[in-house]
Design a protein around this ligand. Structure first.
Ligand code: ADP
Ligand code: MG
Length: 310
């Protein structure tokens, strides 16, 4: 029996509520395969399209006067955790019942600590929410203090920083639920970023990379394995080129060499490789696997996927 943190990528979820509810029924199967084998499974996930949709919906409603005020970004993140968590609870719960496995699935709305002095706060990089014309963007920037930038010729958007996760605030609650035999969904969308000021925590508009947040969670829970499930079965070098080479094993040293060569796309494969290396190096015996959703069980038993270990 292993303790496994699974990080679900965008392809495990969906772009609309009905599409997502359908898709997570498939997502639930490999997850329940791992549970059925006796593993302790904790699930983390991304939230890009979902938080974007909530943020856009709220700002459109506010601009039309249908609701009184804009919804702050951390609150949008919290809503996305609840929405995605509900779908995963529903789908994984149903799959467990089908197989007569008596466990409950529970979502923990999760705050993740970041450092206000993280240099990311000086360089916001993640575009979020609606597109505006220049004049409106300048007005929003003056009134709300948002950083607005021109996004690929499509208009102006708010950009938020992407700081590194330091701690998962609710980690002991997650631990208690795992110990009680429950299946936990947590750090959704990388967690709601909070900063500490005079001992209190405050939500801050930022996006924590879900691969880094999942890695932090896996360390804090002393997990044996971090499994990053995405759209590809293995990590490659010379990806999308005729001489593509799919990797079954990747040492931290090789990962660094290939990263320096620009083999892994920033914002997609690079953070996964970095998170996997970080986890593999964090303690002897820990291993990370990058593979696709439907190969999760095969990857765990060593048949496929890219294994990153010391
Ligand atoms: P997720 O939603 O799971 O985080 P991303 O789209 O952010 O997924 O990242 C996974 C994608 O990274 C893959 O679908 C693949 O197209 C891309 N990718 C970029 N570089 C590589 C590489 N070297 N090897 C494999 N996949 C890569
Ligand atoms: Mg991604």
């Amino acid at each position: 029996m292993s303790r496994i943190v699974i990080a679900l990528g965008g392809n495990a979820l969906g772009n609309t509520a009905s599409e997502q509810l359908e898709l997570v029924r498939e997502t639930a199967k490999p997850i329940v395969d791992l549970i059925a084998e006796g593993n302790q499974v904790v699930i983390a996930h991304g939230n890009g399209p979902q938080v974007g949709m909530i943020n856009l919906g709220m700002s459109t409603a506010a601009a039309a006067g249908a609701i009184k005020a804009d919804m702050p970004f951390p609150e949008c993140g919290a809503m996305s955790q609840g929405y995605i968590g509900y779908h995963l609870q529903n789908a994984i719960g149903n799959e467990l019942r089908t197989r007569a496995i008596h466990k409950e699935v529970v979502t923990v709305v999760t705050q993740v600590l970041v450092d206000e002095n993280d240099s990311a706060f000086q360089h916001p990089t993640k575009p979020v929410g609606a597109f505006y014309d220049k004049e409106t963007a300048e007005k929003i920037s003056r009134e709300k203090g948002y950083t607005m930038v021109e996004d690929a010729g499509r208009g102006y958007r708010q950009v938020v920083p992407s700081p590194k996760p330091i701690d998962v605030i609710e980690k002991n609650a997650v631990e208690a639920l795992i110990a009680a035999g429950q299946v936990v969904v947590t750090v959704g969308g990388g967690g709601i970023p909070v900063v500490r000021r005079d001992g209190a925590l405050y939500g801050t508009p930022a996006v924590i990379d879900k691969d880094f947040a999942s890695e932090k969670l896996a360390e804090l829970l002393d997990a044996d394995e971090l499994i990053i499930l995405t759209a590809v079965e293995k990590v490659a070098i010379n990806y999308n080129k005729p001489d593509v080479q799919w990797l079954s094993r990747l040492t931290p040293e090789d990962a660094e060499k290939y990263s320096a060569q620009g083999q892994f796309a920033p914002g997609s494969m690079l953070p996964k490789v970095q998170a996997a290396v970080m986890f593999a190096r964090s303690k002897k015996g820990r291993k990370a696997i990058i593979t696709s959703l439907h190969k999760a069980l095969d990857a765990i038993s060593g048949k496929t996927g890219t294994v990153v270990e010391m």
